[in-house]
Design a protein around this ligand. Structure first.
Ligand code: SF4
Length: 235
C-alpha cells in the first residue's frame, strides 16, 4: 500500500488488525459501487442463503456492524495520529473478504473536512443498505456511532493514548450531526469501553454470541462482564 494511508498505518501498531491494510486476495470495491442497493441486496441474500437463517434486516445489521467499523477506520486512524484522511466515498475503496464483508478500507486522499466526509459516506451507504434490507435507516446510524466510538477506542489503545483519542469522538459525531447519535464511553476498573447505543442483532443468527456490552443487559450484569474484560486487557 502506498499513498497517505500508508503513512498513517505506519504510525499505528497493529494497523492491519484495524482494517487499515488490505490483506492479500481481498477484492477492491470503490465505496460508491458498494453502496448500490441492488448490489447490497444480492450480498445480503447470499449471506442469508449461506446461513439458512435470519431475515434481511438481521443480515444487514450484522454486516453493517463490521462493515462500518472498517469503512470508518481510515478517517479515525488519520485523526488519531494527526494526518487526516478523507472519508468521502469517492476517495475510499473497500476491500471485501469472504461473505462480502469489508476487511479493510483505504482512503486515497489526505485532508478535507472530516465531519463532512463522514456525513457524505454515511448518507451514501446507510440509505442504500436500508433500502436493500427494507428496514428503517435509524438503527444503522446507531451502529455507525458505535463503530465510531469503538474505532477511536481501538486506535487509542494501539497508540497508547486512550483518553486523547477517544476525546475526538463526541466533537466528530456532533459535527456530523443528526441522525448520528452521540457516542458514549464508560470507564470500568481502569479501562475504557464504548457504551453501546445500538443493537447489532448478532444473537438472532444461529450460534450468534451475546454481546458483552449489550445495552439491553441489566447494568449490574454488564458491569461484571466489563470488569472481567478490563482484567484481560494488556496494561
Ligand atoms: S446481545 Fe444485545 S446488542 Fe448483542 S445482539 Fe443481542 S440484544 Fe443486540
Amino acid at each position: 500500500m502506498s499513498g497517505p494511508q500508508a503513512e498513517v498505518a505506519a504510525r499505528i501498531p497493529g494497523a492491519a488488525t484495524l482494517g487499515l491494510v488490505p490483506p492479500p486476495g481481498a477484492v477492491p470495491v470503490p465505496v460508491p459501487q458498494l453502496a448500490d442497493p441492488r448490489r447490497l441486496a444480492e450480498l445480503l441474500a447470499a449471506r442469508a442463503a449461506r446461513q439458512r437463517a435470519g431475515d434481511l434486516r438481521v443480515h444487514a445489521t450484522v454486516w453493517w456492524y463490521s462493515a462500518s467499523a472498517v469503512l470508518l477506520a481510515p478517517l479515525l486512524a488519520g485523526l488519531a495520529v494527526g494526518h487526516p484522511l478523507s472519508a468521502r466515498p469517492a476517495d475510499t475503496t473497500a476491500y471485501l473478504g469472504p461473505g462480502g464483508l469489508p476487511v479493510a478500507a483505504v482512503s486515497a486522499v489526505a485532508g478535507g473536512d472530516p465531519a463532512a466526509g463522514l456525513r457524505e459516506s454515511l448518507t451514501t451507504v446507510v440509505p442504500a443498505l436500508a433500502a436493500a434490507a427494507r428496514m428503517r435507516p435509524r438503527p444503522l446510524w446507531g451502529i455507525a456511532t458505535d463503530s465510531l466510538a469503538n474505532g477511536l477506542l481501538a486506535v487509542g489503545r494501539a497508540v497508547g493514548d486512550v483518553p486523547a483519542v477517544t476525546a475526538l469522538a463526541a466533537p466528530l459525531a456532533a459535527a456530523v450531526g443528526f441522525p448520528l447519535p452521540p457516542p458514549r464511553y464508560v470507564d470500568v476498573a481502569g479501562a475504557r469501553f464504548a457504551a453501546r447505543v445500538s443493537c447489532c442483532l448478532v444473537d438472532r443468527l444461529p450460534h450468534g454470541p451475546t454481546c458483552v456490552s449489550c445495552p439491553r443487559r441489566p447494568a449490574a450484569e454488564r458491569q461484571v462482564l466489563l470488569e472481567d474484560a478490563a482484567s484481560r486487557l494488556p496494561r
